[in-house]
Design a protein around this ligand. Sequence first.
Ligand code: F6R
Length: 611
Amino acid sequence: MCGITATVGADDAVSRLLTGLENLEYRGYDSAGVAVANGSGVEVVKREGQVEELVDLLSSTSIDGSVGLGHTRWSTHGPPTNANAHPHTDCRGELAVVHNGIIENHAELRERLRAAGHTFTSDTDTEVVPHLVEEYLATGAGIETAFRRAVADLSGSYAIALIHEDEDAVYATRQGSPLVFGLADDTPGSSSDETYYLASDVPAFLEFTDSVVYLEDGDVVRVAPDGYDITDREGAPVERPVETVEWSSDDVEKGAFDHYMRKEIDEQPTAIAQAVRGRAADGRVAFESLPDGAFADVERVQFVACGTSYHAALYGAQLLRERGISARVFLASEYAITAPPADDGTLLVGVTQSGETADTLAALRRGRSEGLRTMAVTNVVGSTAARECDDVVFIRAGPEIGVAATKTFSSQVVTLALLAERILRDVAGSHSETAPELLDALSDLPSAVSATLTDSSAEAIADRYGDSDAYFFIGRGTAHPVALEGALKLKEISYEHAEGFPAGELKHGPLALVTANTPVFAVATGAHTEKLLGSIEEVSARGAPVIAVAPRSERAVAEAADDVLWVPDSHPELVGLLANVQLQLLSYHTATLLDRPVDKPRNLAKSVTVE
Ligand code: F6R
């Protein structure tokens, strides 16, 4: 899950690496480090803790150079310690390596290298890489050849970058882990014509350039101040286009907000408008790159996803089923090991903000290996899911930096609502009868979200119920995934115990947990709110305070509740998104009242690239 970065060409490599690491911290934040090659050797500075602690350390330990590597870690092999922090070096400290991914055969490589006399100083899988390169250098190979031979020995997933004291260059490669290459031609403070960047994700260098090459698995790139070349595993040159990313550097700044999460909650009106833009013209749903009839053969849809994206998929599947299209949702980690029998006519859709979640990729690969047609619904152009699937639809939310997914949930659901209509049209020959109202409501949704944000009493509710034993969220229909998402958001950033249930399931077990000190949030935006009233009575009778999350039209629910988080009335299939915005704010305020590190919750990272 870590973030890696590298830069070549700018005199102030370290400050650029630190900018990159700050922008990649959502990928991991338990230790960080940099290394530079500066003509007098390779210097490494690294430590346990967040990037700001590395910045502090570097203010008293200055290292200079124009070629360097950086890493921010989310531990897998070995605890977060100074020794386990990257970059890692060979026995002589002549070269340094950063790595994101997992080297599966590290134990056997370590044994082989130990037997050959190498000394290891960390518990990481990564450390085998610098020692392997050292081993091949000792046979007389050049740096590039030694790098290639070392990489050929690895199995697992990796994005790796290497510097060596003898050369002003970075070597890098990827296999199953993301790696993008940025090119800037007018960088102030640069002594070479171009400054180059390598990183796990574009936000690392967006401040310096929007020109990007998306590297493919097996690509090996050598980057030096006078240029770069990209080759395949065998060393044959490969052409990769330079593309311009649409994201701007403002998108990855916190601006006036205290937290990225708060900023991203506020960005939802724009994110939703972007997801809909150009896709619902003249009453017809159109997706770029998906010609009319693209889904004509679809008989059923299977979704695979994790976490918040799983909740968005649950929401989207209901919208499909309401249109008579069979749709099921699977947790990606389970699907990868117990997929249902493959049938012709199944469209397997991976919903994944990052497009890099290992469980979701494994599920999609499993489906693909069984002959299923695959589609990615993702936020990240050039991501693995986008590249590996047969089709892709982008949710266009813009970069999301806060670890807790917020705006991407809304953008995913809106995209899935459009997709549901689009699949129906291809399968049945026309959109649903209610499509015109849905499309109108989608164009009004950004202003309804703005009104929800402006009018929210979530902070007061967070304050009122902030000292509870646990928090429960219930809902039916499309309010069920909203209840699940409300609970996930609250637990991940406030560390309070929170659970979401289908309201009808309460009486089959969870009711035993309900007490006078467990507030129950009743999401009244799905169908059958009269039945939700029954659930409210059940929990009220046990003394639990009930907070309805409801549109004004749901008077009966509001009257049965102790408090209400109001949302504007909207289309019945979309109003759940407004309830979700209220629950995002509730989580945010609960977490800030408890003084939690909202953007970097303990033990979590945004992009989960290990299974
Ligand atoms: C929760 C959260 C995670 C992600 C999950 C899947 O706030 O962000 O649950 O939703 O790790 O990530 P993606 O969508 O990138 O596949």
